[in-house]
Design a protein around this ligand. Structure first.
Ligand code: SF4
Length: 779
């Protein structure tokens, strides 16, 4: 949320690289001010800020009101000792000799915390000094232009400064940063010197791992993107992290981002770096783990400002000392950051955001770089960081990105919130309620897709958001979670409504539940289908991207869905496994098609039992749903009561899942019933006899329903491959992931039974791993 205002793109990266090579610490005006001019308490109350588009339009509205000679977006640079500062000033009026810094906002300007205002003045004054240098001015007027995106009013605050005063101000900020800049430059020199001597932490590369490492290294050197399909067991994490570290000095990389879909992936990334440290004891790299606010907050019952949370109070005054302590540790993982934060009495979550500026490797969830308000992406653009991005288990990117760029509003939740809403908000919320009720009434069918988001509803939603923002600014301790939840959902909805297009669907789903004054409940959804448009800018901002997983076929699907840059290379890494290790059999006598499913229970049960009796051990049977699971397990227990069984539960905590997995031992035996695409279908590692076989009684395809059918139609329109992109490819990716649980090392042996006659079709076989040797099961 720090970076929700418009990000100013700063051009000409080549200059930056030359400066870095000349041992200058390069920093944007904004970051210089954030690191040196912020004092006092952390205060997130004024962050309900305009969306990016509102911000851009606001800037445009202000500058278009100015005279024709008014100058905009002026690139300015300056330096002091080892610090080189650059940025773009919003506007300059040569007649008035006035430099303007434009800030868009929602809510009440009077409620803006002092340290936000101080920061804005600091930015304006730094630009003013750079302007004085460039135009050889002896004095200049400095203006903060606050533009209210709701009322369209401007508030102008002006002050006049001599160039000398501005120079002093600029140099004071730079001096404050100097100690950090110098240590960062020294750290970079040491880091690069040690990295150039980096040795691989194992005696040799595994089969396929060398090819992977070479591809990643070359991609970093040639500033390219890679889609790497590599089976489990070749050491993908080390095979991608190691070459990027090795490439850092020569490719002049500032940072490596290791981004994961799950926390287990984060741990793998951190462990790979720990292994590299162990074998390279002099290595100087700072690794930071980013964790979500929910997981790192020490006061979940409080709000993020000094009047509420003790760790926000005086945060900016104490953060420099906390930063020194944290940076003294090579591995700044969650536990290390928490411990430093508590010693210095600062918030661990916001401390970790500060540390991102000073870290070399950052390990965190996909959303830190890819979502709407991604902090690492904003940092990359603002500071011109040269970054290489690693995306672990990248087959998850399509679904995860769709979620990042989708939004839902529930009429039922809105009505419940209405009861709790403060009186002053009632009128605007009632108007929204009435518009929503009209939408519900006008829709005859339960589910309907619309070509656009109704304008009146969107405007009323914006108005409601603006009023709630004002209210929150006036009532900083207001904490009603129903109102706040609606507010955040509505913000996301309104933001995505601005960029609504072919990549998304807008639909309304009505339910039979009655809410409010005899209205049917409904859900309004902006449903992203093709995240490519949003992700493409993220990929382009990086020096290189490597997306890797065991299941990235066909690559054209991922290229189209994710918007990978042109010339992205697809690398299919050779499997280290011998086909003799894995027996893959197709049970053609079984059909798991919906209509024929009830006939499938018995043959599935007999085949599973036969396999178990032939070679007792640990097996998993994957089916398509919990209902199906229940039926098959019931029959199995009935017919084969002596074979032990366990099953996945609908709801399992992280602890439950861990305990469940520990029961797969080298000596245990039995059949585990699980749902494909669930917690046990990927990212679990059961080597050796902990798992010797899998039965996959489904093609993994998403259910045919109204929403998926709409997605199919959209995919057909855009790519001409509706069925494949909506059902077939996502389904088979889940199958291959689940099957990949069986063979984890070159010593493992096992069996996979693909239980459906469609696995005999050539178009399906084409999507299965090339190294599998597949035969048909003889009944
Ligand atoms: S500890 Fe929690 S409430 Fe306090 S500032 Fe940090 S995230 Fe906010």
């Amino acid at each position: 949320m720090f970076y929700r205002f418009t990000i100013k793109l700063i051009a000409n990266l080549a200059i930056t690289e030359d400066l870095k090579a000349a041992f200058k610490y390069v920093i944007s005006v904004r970051t210089l001010c954030e690191l040196t001019a912020k004092t006092g308490s952390l205060d997130q109350r004024f962050t309900p800020s305009p969306t990016a588009i509102e911000g851009m339009l606001g800037h445009y509205a202000v500058t278009s009101r100015r005279e024709h000679y008014y100058q905009t977006e002026i690139t300015l640079t300056g330096e002091h000792q080892n610090i080189f500062v650059r940025g773009r000033a919003d506007g300059y009026d040569p007649e008035l000799n006035q430099l303007e810094e434009i800030k868009t906002y929602k809510g009440l300007l009077d409620r803006m915390p002092d340290n936000h205002r101080q920061l804005h003045w600091a930015q304006a004054k730094v630009y003013a000094w750079l302007m004085c240098v460039e135009r050889e001015l002896v004095s200049i007027k400095v203006a903060l232009v606050y533009y209210n995106v709701t009322s369209k009013d401007e508030t102008l605050l002006t002050e006049e400064y001599s160039a000398k005063d501005l120079q002093t101000f600029f140099e004071t900020l730079c001096t404050k940063l100097l100690v950090w800049a110098e240590q960062a430059l020294a750290h970079r020199t040491n880091r690069n010197s040690e990295l150039s001597k980096l040795i691989f932490p194992h005696p040799e590369f595994r089969v396929g791992q060398r090819k992977l490492a070479e591809s990643v290294y070359k991609a970093a050197m040639q500033q390219r993107s890679l889609l790497v399909q590599a089976t489990t067991g070749i050491g993908k994490t080390l095979g991608t992290v190691f070459p990027l570290l090795k490439a850092m000095p020569e490719a002049k990389l500032d940072k490596v981002f290791f981004l994961t879909a799950k926390s287990s992936g984060r741990e793998l990334g951190l462990n790979a770096i720990r292994t590299i440290h162990k074998n390279n004891p002099d290595l100087q790299i700072r690794t930071l783990e980013l964790t979500s606010r929910e997981k790192s907050c020490e006061h979940p019952d409080k709000s993020c400002h000094g009047e509420s949370c003790p760790l926000a109070k005086g945060f900016y005054d104490r953060v420099p000392d906390a930063r020194i302590d944290a940076l003294n540790q090579k591995m700044m993982d969650k536990a290390a950051i928490r411990s430093v934060a508590l010693i210095h009495h600062v918030c661990p979550y916001y401390l970790s955001q500060d540390l991102a500026n000073w870290s070399d490797v950052i390990v965190g969830d996909y959303n830190y770089y890819f979502d709407l308000y991604a902090m690492l992406y904003a940092g990359t653009v603002l500071n011109e960081w040269k970054v290489s991005v690693l995306v672990d288990e990248a087959h998850n990117m399509v679904e995860r990105s769709r979620k990042m760029y989708s939004a839902e509003l529930s009429y039922g939740a809105f009505n419940e919130m209405l009861v709790h809403a403060p009186k002053t908000l009632k009128s605007v919320l009632e108007k929204l309620n009435s518009s929503w009720a009209t939408l519900n009434r006008n829709q005859e069918k339960r589910y309907e897709v619309y070509a656009y988001i109704p304008e009146e509803f969107e405007q009323l939603l914006q108005r409601a958001l603006s009023k709630i923002t004002d209210y929150l600014a006036e009532h900083p301790t207001f904490n009603d979670f129903k109102v706040l939840n609606f507010y955040f959902d509505a913000l996301q909805f309104a933001t995505l409504a601005e960029s609504f297009g072919e990549h998304s669907i807008f639909d309304i789903t009505k339910s039979d539940v009655i809410v409010g004054l005899f209205q049917q409940d409904s859900t309004l959804c902006i449903r992203n289908v093709i995240p490519a448009k949003f992700l493409n800018t993220r990929f382009k901002a990086a020096n290189s991207n490597t997306l890797f997983s065991a299941t990235l076929s066909p690559s054209s699907f991922f290229n189209d869905m994710l918007g990978l840059p042109d010339k992205t290379q697809f690398v299919d890494v050779e499997s280290p496994f011998d086909p003799k290790q894995l027996q893959v059999q197709v049970a053609r006598h079984i059909s798991t098609r919906f209509k024929e499913r009830h006939h499938s229970h018995e043959p599935i049960v007999h085949l599973v039992a036969k396999q178990f009796l032939e070679r007792p051990g640990n097996y998993i049977l994957f089916v398509s749903s919990f209902d199906y699971l229940k039926d098959v397990q019931f029959l199995f227990k009935d017919l084969y009561p002596n074979i032990p069984t366990r099953s996945q539960m609908r709801i399992m905590s992280e602890g439950d899942k861990e305990r469940f997995l520990t029961e797969f031992t080298l000596t245990s035996q039995g059949i585990v019933f699980a749902v494909l695409g669930g917690s046990f279908g990927e990212a679990i590692d059961l080597a050796g006899d902990r798992l010797i076989g899998a039965f996959i009684a489904t093609l993994g395809m998403p259910q045919v329903n109204e929403v998926n059918e709409e997605m199919r139609i959209r995919m057909e329109t855009v790519f001409g491959r509706g069925y494949e992109y909506t059902y077939l490819y996502p389904g088979l990716q889940k199958v291959v992931q689940a099957a990949g649980r069986v063979i984890r090392t070159t010593n493992d042996t096992g069996v996979i039974h693909l239980m459906d006659d469609r696995y005999d079709q050539a178009k399906i076989r084409k999507l299965l791993p090339k190294w599998w040797s597949i035969s048909n099961y003889n009944v």
